[in-house]
Design a protein around this ligand. Sequence first.
Ligand SMILES: Cc1cc2nc3c(=O)[nH]c(=O)nc-3n(C[C@H](O)[C@H](O)[C@H](O)COP(=O)(O)OP(=O)(O)OC[C@H]3O[C@@H](n4cnc5c(N)ncnc54)[C@H](O)[C@@H]3O)c2cc1C
Ligand code: FES
Ligand code: FES
Length: 485
Amino acid sequence: MPIGCDRNVLVFFVNGVRHEVGGRGAFLSLARYLREQASLPGTKIVCAEGDCGACTVLVSRLVSGKWTPLTTVNSCISPLYLFDSCMVVTVEGLSEQSHLSEIQDKMLDHHGAQCGYCTPGIVCSLAHLAETSQAKGIRIDRKRAQNYLTGNLCRCTGYDPILKAAENIDLMQWRPLGLRYLTDERTDYCQYLASQTVLVTAGNRRAWLPTQVGQALAIKSASPHIRLVAGATDLGVLHNKGRQYLDEVLVLNRISELSEVRRVDDGVIIGATASLSEVEDVVESSHFELARLLRVFASPQIKHQGTLVGNLVNASPIADTIPALLVMEARLGIKSAAGSRWVELKHFYQDYKKFDLRPGEVVTEVFIPNLPEGAVARFYKASMRKDLDISSVTFAGVLQVKGGRIVSAKIALGGVGPIVRRLPNVEKELTGKEFSENSLVRAGDLAIQSVHPIDDVRASANYRRLVAKNFFKKYFVETAVELNQ
Ligand SMILES: Cc1cc2nc3c(=O)[nH]c(=O)nc-3n(C[C@H](O)[C@H](O)[C@H](O)COP(=O)(O)OP(=O)(O)OC[C@H]3O[C@@H](n4cnc5c(N)ncnc54)[C@H](O)[C@@H]3O)c2cc1C
Ligand code: FES
Ligand code: FES
């Protein structure tokens, strides 16, 4: 496919106002653009790493001609080029005709702010809560409010007043943001924008924003070392820390065909740009353990933008989804201009951050098979706190038991070596054994002899071994009733 571009500036809407940005501005983070160039300083930047939520804004994008629900993202780690043809709503866009919104009123009534630095981000997350609760007809209670605020850190008010404000939001007083901002006229215009291929450049920097897989493959084939960007929740942090500069990028998130998540008879196919929160919703009914794991993955802001494929290809030894997908025998769909192939995830990883992906290739999807009949899965992560924390050790186990004996075992551990690994020797040791606490404990002992954890700021090697070993026992305790039936 020939590579041509229809436009060389980004065009998007912020609070209903059209913005056009080319050149260096297109390479700023959304947060910096809002504050420094769009005169919208309500959005704050504190950590610039996606951790505190002060930079939270709401975004809706067109996928296959339809607006996605407005959801929260961390604008500090998001390059502006991720938002072409999108609708962005910032804290300034929540009030109407100089009246504070229902959420801001309730934050005032319940004294939900002191220094106020976290407040715009908290208000935007609560706006997302109000939007979703209203659309789904669900009452806002404390638990739901806490879940929506997982990615927002307040250092001085204390959460009680903020949660009281959330519980008291009157949804009858909330006018959906979509009604205000996603008008027919803007939708038609954004559909036209979303159909255009964009190339923005600034000096030696360039960002390609194709709309079709064929174009993406042609660009990758012509520039094999161009950096692929999906949600940028890994890359944006590296960029902000100066560890990796995103100078030449191929942005995948405007390619509608890559965003599909579909159930098929024998499993689920997840497109490369499907967000982790979309995956969480879809696998709730088919791969419940994966959905449960995703509940403690990062924060809503990160999951709305980060992708499952990004987590797999980032290839971190402590990535949460890799052990789970290894034991579920997932396969990656990979394409290049020369053709396509499937790679089993267990053959994908080779060494620390080294994997079977050639320079001209793009991962287009991941297939996760259904669990075999009678198999029971458990996926665990150990981290210093429950929410929004990086794992020290991860475990995934899938066993099948017949007549009290283990007939099949799949085990993977992460955080105990340079890559996440299946443990064939442990699987062999378990197969044919009685399903008992003793067998699992012995398997845990063998597992920790097969791995080589390191000491680092997150955990010591000894701690990692101990936790990994205990996960085997935990698996037995949690599944004993189910597997012994
Ligand atoms: C605050 C915070 C909390 C986090 N919490 C967690 C957590 O709890 N657990 C966890 O595991 N991770 C966590 N992460 C890491 C990150 O969010 C995930 O790894 C996420 O899934 C990355 O997806 P992405 O789409 O943003 O990837 P990107 O940053 O866009 O890309 C990541 C890598 O994948 C490559 N890539 C992306 N798409 C493709 C493709 N289609 N084909 C080939 N290569 C591709 C990119 O070139 C890059 O090398 C966290 C990150 C932050 C900032
Ligand atoms: S500034 Fe902390 S998450 Fe963006
Ligand atoms: S009000 Fe000061 S950090 Fe929350």
